[in-house]
Design a binder for this molecule. Structure first.
Ligand SMILES: Nc1nc2c(c(=O)[nH]1)N[C@H]1C(S)=C(S)[C@@H](COP(=O)(O)OP(=O)(O)OC[C@H]3O[C@@H](n4cnc5c(=O)[nH]c(N)nc54)[C@H](O)[C@@H]3O)O[C@H]1N2
Ligand SMILES: Nc1nc2c(c(=O)[nH]1)N[C@H]1C(S)=C(S)[C@@H](COP(=O)(O)OP(=O)(O)OC[C@H]3O[C@@H](n4cnc5c(=O)[nH]c(N)nc54)[C@H](O)[C@@H]3O)O[C@H]1N2
Ligand code: SF4
Ligand SMILES: [Mo]
Length: 854
């Protein structure tokens, strides 16, 4: 096994040089389809540049120009045509070497049907007719046996694929299949957002970083994961903003900061609550701001721990005009006042502190306190001593940072994905949100809290194309874990029997505890269908593989949360071999399932024309953000989406803060009714009174150490046995598993997966730099070559996620992880907005040296 791994490495090197030579025009490698001659030599050739967009699951969404000669892409260039030049030039080495994937040896050529066991990679090539007929017949059979909801469709990040992904979402709704939302599946859903602000996620656009004076980054490696925009972070710093990075590890972003604060893994909530205590005790908070925009003045009954409602109080009533998702609570300014949830103007003399007694309608008298008072009492625990003990950050440092953050404005808090991909990631976020909110840093240029993860965001109305029928969603974690007693999402009566996936590689990226492989190998899933352009690990586990067109071979409409532009992917070349667009494949399946379904997909039109029709439809029905945008404009270059902020800037909660609109703003595609119930008071809420929160002592943000409610609860034996955190951060050389097989990227990494650990942890285990080692636990293992990094936190093992299993001798790095479900994530269910979020880093392991076969 190990020997093979090394041989593969050597082959990779040979291939790398062959292809580098081929690209230089010297020789052609049989495995690659790239043309052999360079552009200059082709005197009579057809030569053009086509502007398109790089669209992996990376928030860059970089405009890329393809140089095409005689129908073949020779080079990909970064673009520099953004109306705001600071957003350009865009493009990184991954995106620019995508050519290695388009023409690479893993490129799928023709539809495939499996012949060997699942995972064996044994397939026969078939015609489209055969593949489509076979798939449709199997789908019909499964739907009639178990119900259509037992068929599931998993896609990725809607924002980069309104047209093609939309086609499969639409087909799923027409056929009655279950959809998995990518955002919680990826672990990218920061659950503190709906819990505190009632929204899916909000973030400042990077141009706003230049307006900040203080940027506090909690576990977000922007220099790697927001590479093309990270120059703006450096520019902000050069203009005088203070950049502080809180990270257990000395990451590249920490290296560029004014200050790196090393804290223990998953201790951010203790730190944030310690800072909040100082802000409150030293009266550094913005009193008017918190009275207007937060729930802190609202009263809580000490007997029930619930907020006091106007209709309970003698002499007060629920206002007549309230929508059902709103609630009028009570505040006190000498009198008890009903607080209208849609009117943010409270009298300025409302009282934030103290305890009172109130008479209820039934004559009962109960004690009440403002949430601010409860918070102040609660924070007393977070003394400098306690914070130092929990986080490892010195008392003086905490005190100084708290005062800086409270007084230097605008303050921007960035809370990264690896940091909330923990079981208590929501608590950390609720605690961190206190810092900008207490200090009134919200809704202003350069101020706020942002998360920057994934491509989840739907920025305009997509209903007409995506949802011809109401969709049926279930969180992905239930697919792996099975239903729970506390779940509020629908679950198919007969379980899941089929999985169709596209735009993702779930068998590497999501097969937590090898559950997905088990489901495939044991036949629990009767049908697995893949849509991809290359033979990934997941395709190998599939029964049918549909070869699709790459980003440079089809039309697509793209937006990203990271910059506010809408862009077009425009085809530079014809789809290679027999690959087709997903829209075409969806239409062919639709036709075979039920001829009436086909009508939704512009039958009779060529795939490109149909895609353009879809874009016209989306622009026509997309609502205010896309008003006036035309496809002709988009063909020329990026167009800024509209918003109610001056200059159409992306400044979260601008309308709430400046026009006093109630919270929350809309989180598309969910209607307001679905999300407004998260913050019934119409305000930012730090107090949660649902039973699930009360029962766990999480009514207010609290610090809880990792593993107690997850790993140790599941497997008490893990305590003591596994003492290392298995941290799977993102790699510079890949976008998740995309570019895992890009020979240029792999050459830059010595073709070797790495496991990083602190030299002091390595020494007692006899591990030296470059040794082959493995991280393991009761569920699985992953191997890599040791890198001893003194900048890493002690008792942490870092593995950069995304390697295909074939580079790991068949193991999956995700075999160590487990689909823990936090019950507070199940209190409501709104797909991708309030749903159980995956917590990759809530994983313990040990590490050991393994013998390397020569
Ligand atoms: N190059 C590249 N860029 C990408 C991606 C990619 O795969 N490759 N993926 C994109 C996507 S979809 C996502 S979701 C984002 C994710 O991007 P990020 O949010 O930047 O996530 P990570 O790189 O996983 O981790 C960021 C940092 O969190 C730190 N960290 C881990 N645990 C803790 C903790 O408990 N406390 C603190 N304070 N820090 C902690 C880690 O040490 C690491 O330095 O990146 C996007 N950009
Ligand atoms: N342990 C651990 N696991 C993780 C993470 C972690 O930090 N730790 N990170 C998680 C996160 S944040 C994310 S976002 C996920 C990402 O995981 P995935 O969403 O699975 O992302 P990729 O691995 O990049 O897979 C994308 C696949 O889509 C294919 N593809 C690209 N373009 C197209 C197209 O136009 N059409 C079709 N049909 N296919 C296309 C690519 O070839 C590739 O195989 O991974 C998650 N998994
Ligand atoms: S991989 Fe991401 S950052 Fe790189 S070019 Fe593509 S979209 Fe841009
Ligand atoms: Mo992500």
């Amino acid at each position: 096994m190990k020997k093979q791994g090394l041989k593969l490495t050597r082959r990779q090197f040979l291939k790398a040089s062959a292809v580098a030579a081929a690209l230089a025009g010297a020789a052609a490698s049989p495995a690659y389809f790239i043309p052999s001659s360079g552009a200059k030599e082709e005197k009579n050739s057809q030569f053009k540049f086509v502007r398109s967009v790089c669209s992996p699951n990376c928030t860059g969404a970089c405009g890329i120009k393809a140089m095409v000669v005689d129908g073949q892409i020779k080079t990909l260039f970064p673009t520099d045509d953004y109306p705001e030049p600071l957003y350009g030039p865009r493009g990184c080495l991954r995106g620019l070497s995508y050519i290695n994937l388009i023409y690479g040896p893993d490129r799928l050529k023709r539809p495939l049907i499996r012949t060997g066991p699942r995972g064996s990679g044994q397939f026969k090539e078939v015609s489209w007719e055969e593949a489509l007929d076979y798939t449709a017949a199997r789908l019909k059979e499964i739907a009639s046996k178990y119900g259509p909801e037992s068929i599931s469709f998993s896609f990725q990040v809607g924002g980069t694929g309104h047209v093609q992904k939309g086609a499969w979402i639409a087909l799923s709704t027409l056929a009655g299949w279950t959809l998995f939302h990518p955002y919680d599946k990826n672990g990218d859903l920061p659950m503190f957002w709906p819990q505190t602000f009632g929204v899916q996620t909000e973030e400042l656009e990077p141009l706003e970083w230049l307006n900040s004076r203080y940027i506090a980054v909690f576990g977000s490696n922007l220099l790697v994961t927001r590479l093309v925009d990270s120059d703006l972070l450096i520019q902000a710093r050069n203009q005088g903003a203070k950049l502080v990075v809180f990270d257990p590890n000395y990451c590249p972003t920490a290296a560029k900061a004014d200050e790196w604060v090393s804290l223990k893994p998953s201790s951010d909530a203790a730190l944030a609550l310690g800072i909040a205590r100082i802000i409150i005790e030293e009266k550094l908070y913005d009193e008017q701001f918190i009275k207007t925009f937060t729930d802190l003045p609202l009263l809580v009954r000490l007997d029930t721990k619930r907020r006091l409602k106007a209709e309970e109080v003698k002499g007060l009533d629920r206002p007549k005009d309230l929508p059902p998702y709103r609630e009028a609570f009570v505040a006190y300014n000498g009198n008890f006042l009903a607080v209208h949830p849609e009117d943010l103007n409270l009298p300025p003399d409302v009282i934030l502190e103290g305890e009172r007694e109130v008479e209820l309608k039934d004559g009962q008298r109960v004690k009440v306190k403002p949430i601010f008072q409860l918070l102040k009492e609660h924070l007393k625990t977070y003394t400098l001593e306690y914070v130092e003990q929990e986080t490892g950050v010195g008392k003086e440092v905490v005190q100084r940072l708290a005062r800086e953050m409270a007084t230097i404005k605008p303050l921007h808090v960035i809370y990264g994905a690896s940091n909330y991909q923990w079981y208590h990631g929501d608590l950390k976020g609720r605690a961190l949100a206190l810092i900008p909110v207490l200090t009134g840093n919200l809704g202003q240029p350069g101020a706020g809290i942002s998360t920057y993860a994934g491509q989840y965001r739907i920025r305009f109305n997509v209903k007409e194309w995506w949802f011809p029928k109401p969709p049926r969603w279930t969180p992905w974690l239930y697919f792996l874990h099975g239903p729970t007693k506390t779940m509020t999402a629908p679950y198919p009566q007969n379980g899941f029997k089929a999985l169709i996936f596209g735009w993702g590689n779930p068998f590497d990226q999501h097969n937590m505890a090898n559950r997905l492989r088990d489901m495939a190998e044991k036949g629990e899933l009767e049908l697995i269908v893949a849509l991809d352009y290359q033979m990934t690990t997941s395709c190998r586990y599939s029964d049918v593989v549909f070869p699709v067109a790459t980003w440079y071979e089809k039309i697509e409409l793209v937006t990203t949360p990271l910059h506010p532009y809408m862009q077009l992917q425009q085809p530079a070349i014809e789809p290679l071999f027999e690959s087709r667009s997903e829209l075409w494949i969806a239409r062919e399946i639709a036709k075979r399932l039920n001829p009436q379904f086909e009508a939704h997909f512009f039958p009779g039109l060529e795939e490109k024309e149909a895609a353009e029709k879809v874009i016209e439809l989306l622009l026509k029905t997309g609502g205010p953000p896309v008003e006036g945008i035309t496809i002709e404009q988009l063909k020329k270059g990026p167009v800024r989406l509209k918003s109610e902020v001056p200059g159409n800037r992306q400044i979260p909660f601008y309308e709430q803060i400046h026009f006093r609109k109630p919270f929350p703003p809309l989180s598309r595609p969910a209607p307001l009714e679905a999300t407004a119930k998260f913050v019934k008071s119409g305000r930012i809420e730090f107090y949660r009174e649902e039973e699930g929160f009360l029962a766990r002592g999480e009514a207010l943000p609290v610090h809880k150490p990792p593993f107690e409610e997850s790993e140790y609860a599941l497997n008490p034996g893990a305590k003591g046995k596994y003492q290392f955190v298995f941290l799977t951060r993102n790699s510079l050389y890949r976008v998740h598993s995309t570019h895992s097989n890009n020979i240029w990227m792999n050459e830059l990494q010595d073709n070797r997966p790495k496991i990083f650990l602190n030299p002091e942890d390595a020494a007692p285990k006899g591990i030296k730099e470059g040794d082959l080692i493995e991280a393991y636990n009761d569920r699985g293992r992953v191997r890599g070559w040791a890198v001893l990094d003194p900048g890493l936190s002690r008792k942490v093992v870092v593995f950069e996620q995304g390697w295909w299993s074939r580079y790991l001798q068949g193991d999956s790095y995700n075999s160590l992880t487990y689909p823990f479900i936090k019950p507070t994530h199940e209190i409501y269910f709104v797909p991708g907005i309030w749903a159980p979020n995956t917590a990759w880093n809530e994983t313990l392991c040990d590490v050991r040296k393994v013998a390397e076969e020569k």
